[in-house]
Design a binder for this molecule. Structure first.
Ligand code: ATR
Length: 273
């Protein structure tokens, strides 16, 4: 679709610019749905974040995605943060209300939940989240909302304990406690495996039939997912979390269901680019 004077601008703020697949996914969705909008990646250093948000209001940009390192800092620049984003402590989506209010929400947790639901319904399941950073918070919240019994395991156990307490998880411990948990759902949110052939856990701690999702998506087939397959577990690639969180942003903004397969294909094309 040609960009014209009526084209709506939206996008993502992040720093450094790096390589984000969000523009590819959203622009593919806009094109497929005949929506006259263009999605741009804005490299915004921390000292300009407030200016960027004020600019959003001034320019009438309806929605901005917020990525690393701004997901927590952005809260100070918003008029309102919804209950979910407040519980998670991070905002990944800012919407401009008709009254000019900047409202923060979080779609990362929904992305994680939808991705898990491709393979299993979490209700009543034993789930383990590996890691205790920002990504872990979203997943612990998501699994808790979906009715799973969630344990948080992390290299630094005190961080896991703090997160578990704040978000009402069932318990916490170290990464070597995975085998004790007999987890039916395992989600890795640590950075272990990112660009390397390492896993955060011993493969023997993964049970056959478990569902294992890795938030790390480069490489797409991580060591953890390869171990899971070898153990007879079901793997879910981290790309689905990104596709579904973007799909939820699309739905919030347009009020329409997102073309998720088209967005996933755009994500894959970027990987090959
Ligand atoms: P994010 O916000 O993306 O989740 P983060 O807050 O930096 O990022 O968290 C990174 C996670 O990866 C943490 O859980 C971290 O464990 P610690 O809390 O012990 O630091 C985990 N992590 C990073 N490198 C790791 C490693 N080599 N082994 C095990 N865990 C690691």
């Amino acid at each position: 679709m040609a960009i014209g004077t009526e084209t709506t601008v939206c996008g993502i703020v992040l720093h450094p610019a790096g390589h984000t697949r969000s523009p590819a996914m959203h622009n593919a969705a806009f094109a497929a749905c005949g929506i006259d909008a263009a999605y741009h990646a804005f490299d915004v250093p921390p000292e300009y974040l407030g200016d960027a948000l004020r600019g959003m209001r001034a320019l009438g940009i309806h929605q901005l995605a917020v990525s690393i390192p701004h997901k927590e800092a952005v809260i100070a620049h918003l008029d309102r943060v919804d209950e979910t984003a407040r519980a998670i402590g991070a905002v990944n989506t800012v919407t401009l209300g008709s009254d000019g209010e900047l409202v923060g929400t979080n779609t990362d947790w929904i992305g994680g939940l939808r991705a898990i639901e491709r393979e299993i319904q979490p209700q009543g399941r034993r789930a383990v989240v590996l890691g205790a950073g920002g990504a872990a918070r979203g997943l612990v919240y998501a699994l808790g909302q979906a009715g799973a019994e969630v344990w948080v395991l992390n290299r630094t156990q005190s961080r896991a304990a703090e997160l578990a307490e704040q978000l009402g998880a069932a318990g916490s411990g170290g990464l070597d406690e995975l085998s004790d948990r007999e987890a039916e759902i395992i989600v890795n949110t640590t950075s272990v495996g990112l660009g390397s052939d390492e896993s955060p856990v011993d493969p023997r701690a993964i049970h056959a039939g478990a569902v294992v999702m890795d938030a790390v998506y480069v490489p797409e087939q991580t060591r953890l997912l390869a171990d899971a397959a070898a153990r007879g577990a079901v793997g879910i690639a981290g790309k689905w979390m990104l596709v579904y969180q973007a799909a939820e942003q699309f739905r919030l903004w347009t009020g329409r269901e997102a073309p998720t397969e088209i967005m996933a294909n755009a994500f894959d094309r970027e990987a090959d680019a």
